[in-house]
Ligand binder design. Sequence first.
Ligand code: SAH
Length: 254
Amino acid sequence: MTGSLTVVGLGPGAPELTTPAVSMALREATDLVGYDTYLARVPETETGQRRHSSGNRVETERARQALQLAAEGRSVALISSGDPGVFAMAAAVFEAIEKGDAAWRALDVRVQPGVTAMLAAAAHAGAPLGGDFCAISLSDNLKAWATIEQRLEAAARGDFVIALYNPASRARPEQLGRALELLRQRKAPETVVVYVRAAGTSEMKLSVTTLGATDQPDADMRTLVVVGSSATRIIPRDGAPPWVYTPRSEEARA
Ligand code: SAH
């Protein structure tokens, strides 16, 4: 019997933002592998699926475990939140395949996309990603902080809308403050900054401010931060959160 491995993304939180293709892959799997919090979001089936849960910081081991189970003939679903290819498990699987057992290259490995946090957050705020944008993770677990600073500088120079993933964690509360300070030195004070916490869930919280405002960054591990381009605009509304959008057309740049 040949096994398979499907790397799936559950989306940002609400069950209706999990795609039907992902739900089908989850139902058909004999084994689910993932971080406890994500496994808890997957409904139990009546077919006696095996669940292999693990802590958050052991991605490489989890990818190898999933490949090993598939090599033993199991149908495995490996679970990420959001999209599995965005700062998540799909890349960990290919890293493990490249370095691991040559037989793993013959396995049926697939990636099923999901709604990444950036898209759910942007949709909640309006349309801040309406122009050219980029995504940067502020986590320096897997890359040097100096690299992150270079990318932020380049993004500021290119006047991209910037989506910041992993803006802060318990271990690294100061990352976002440092990133915003760097951007403040390079972009106009009226540049729009949007924080969306728990996007795509019932606990969603939106706050809209500017780079020049002196308020404390309002972010934790479940927050996605969008820093606008020079074109990004706010539409204020009475008694309702403002809309934020980036127009599709732009003036020629100097
Ligand atoms: N694969 C995931 C991202 C993993 S990195 C995806 O595609 O969404 C983890 C970071 O994603 C968090 O620190 C946070 O910045 C962001 N994130 C994940 N879920 C989120 C949510 N529901 N709301 C806001 N940000 C979220």
